[in-house]
Write a protein that binds this ligand. Structure first.
Ligand code: NDP
Length: 399
């Protein structure tokens, strides 16, 4: 980041600072000490890392989402004047601290409320947490609009679409293509998938990411969330969005226009590109990512996704068609099914079965899918879907 130091430092907060996206964000911030003032850092279990980063970046406030870790965090920061808070209230307090730019990188639906709170105070929200738009897209977009706050995508596919659309008229867009690596089991025969373990699913061929998103990549639930996120973020219909398997993970997305041309975004599989783009937007800064040697690379390959292998993609299309709170239900069922897989209660293929069961069980979610989109209703739908998913897991585990 060789940009000149600004006279006024930008005030930034990082939610999910101890995770994979959070640490990549801190890496960029660390390289530009003259540009940024750190307002808040948040984490959950890893209070040692949280405390050491908070000291290094001189944060105003740190929050652990886990109230049981509060005292540990306080002890680790003894002697500093950094404020310490914990739990949901602590996260909301941190999100209320005036900031120019906030990274939303908590994993799962837990990232929703702090993100909305940051938008309410008018901050630019850099959205890595895809669950925010999947669970409550309409509410989030309305909140951003009514508080004149900007949303910037951080997911590499959405950042790529955003970049391909700069200077373009959205009415000229015919289709948006987001790519998928295919995850850990791309080349496994279908019959082996039933026995896949969490350890095998957590080995991504190209990206170094958190455990949950890596397993979601193997099941394509991650891509399913991204399909919904694309539909929420950009004014395109579900039919205009395509998924393409691209094993090299170098083209992150493409936008096809009505004149037949396609603009593709190509970049290394390093999240610091998309994070750095959002951090420096609307400028572009030097970023410490590999420069691609396209001649050495030789070729890009693509193929259509197989929906038998990845039923999550079909379910995402149903969710987009259904709208309302079905995204919240889908995500909560998916998160619970992933827990069931991690705890070895169900197998890899069982995750899709559980989510499918919850989506089709109107009674279990008490007709909430079509309820008005308020934060309370989103949480209620999330809660009921988790309950229904746990019932489905128990049934599946009992055979
Ligand atoms: P990680 O699991 O690596 O990090 C998650 C962060 O959230 C950690 O700081 C963790 O704290 C914190 N956290 C965990 N549970 C809670 C909770 N209940 N409440 C508050 N904070 C919590 O995740 P990633 O960085 O991989 O992903 C973060 C988000 O970004 C996800 O939504 C993911 O889908 C998205 N994303 C990630 C990409 C990647 O490359 N990793 C790419 C694109 C999007 P602690 O570690 O201290 O317990």
């Amino acid at each position: 980041m060789a940009r000149g130091a600004s006279l006024t430092k930008r005030r930034i907060s990082i939610f999910g600072a101890t995770g994979s996206i959070g640490q990549n964000t801190i890496d960029l911030v660390r390289r530009a000490p003259d540009m940024f003032h750190t307002v808040a850092l948040t984490g959950a279990g890893n209070v040692e890392l949280l405390a050491s980063d908070a000291r290094e970046l001189c944060a105003e406030i740190v929050v652990t989402a886990d109230p049981q870790k509060y005292q540990d965090l306080k002890d680790l920061l003894a002697g500093s004047d950094i404020e310490v808070a914990a739990g949901h209230a602590g996260l909301i307090e941190a999100a209320n601290r005036p900031a120019d730019w906030v990274m939303s990188a908590i994993v799962g639906a837990a990232g929703l409320a702090p993100g909305i709170e940051a938008l309410r105070q008018g901050a630019t929200l850099a959205l890595a947490n895809k669950e925010t738009l999947v669970c409550a897209g309409k509410l989030v977009l309305e909140t951003a609009k009514s508080h004149a706050a900007q949303l910037l995508p951080v997911d590499s596919e959405h950042s790529a679409v955003f970049q391909a659309l700069i200077g373009e008229d959205i009415r000229a867009v015919e289709r948006v293509i987001i790519t998928a690596s295919g995850g850990a089991f791309r080349d496994w025969p279908l019959e082996r998938l039933a026995d896949a373990t969490p350890e095998q699913a957590a080995c991504h061929p190209n990206w170094d990411m958190g455990q949950r998103i890596t397993i979601d990549s193997a099941s394509m639930f991650n891509k399913a969330l991204e399909l919904i996120e694309t539909h929420e973020f950009f004014p395109v219909t579900p039919e205009q969005i395509e998924v393409l398997v691209h094993p090299e993970s170098l083209i992150h997305a493409m936008v096809g226009f009505r004149d037949g041309g396609i603009i593709a975004h190509v970049g290394p599989p390093d999240m610091r590109h998309a994070i750095g783009f959002a951090l420096n937007y609307p400028e572009r800064a030097d970023l410490p990512v590999d420069r691609l040697d396209l001649a050495a690379l030789g070729q890009f390959s693509f193929h259509a996704p197989d929906e038998k292998r990845w039923p999550a993609l079909r379910m995402a299309r149903e969710v987009m068609e259904r709208g309302g709170l079905s995204g919240a239900v889908f995500n909560a069922a998916k998160e619970t099914a992933l827990d069931g897989f991690l705890q070895r209660k169900i197998g890899f293929l069982g995750m899709a079965e559980v989510v499918e069961t919850v989506l089709s069980d109107e009674k279990a979610i008490d007709g909430l899918i079509d309820a008005q989109m308020t934060l309370d209703n989103v949480y209620e739908a999330d809660h009921l879907a988790r309950q229904a998913a746990n019932v489905a897991i128990t049934k599946l585990a009992a055979g």
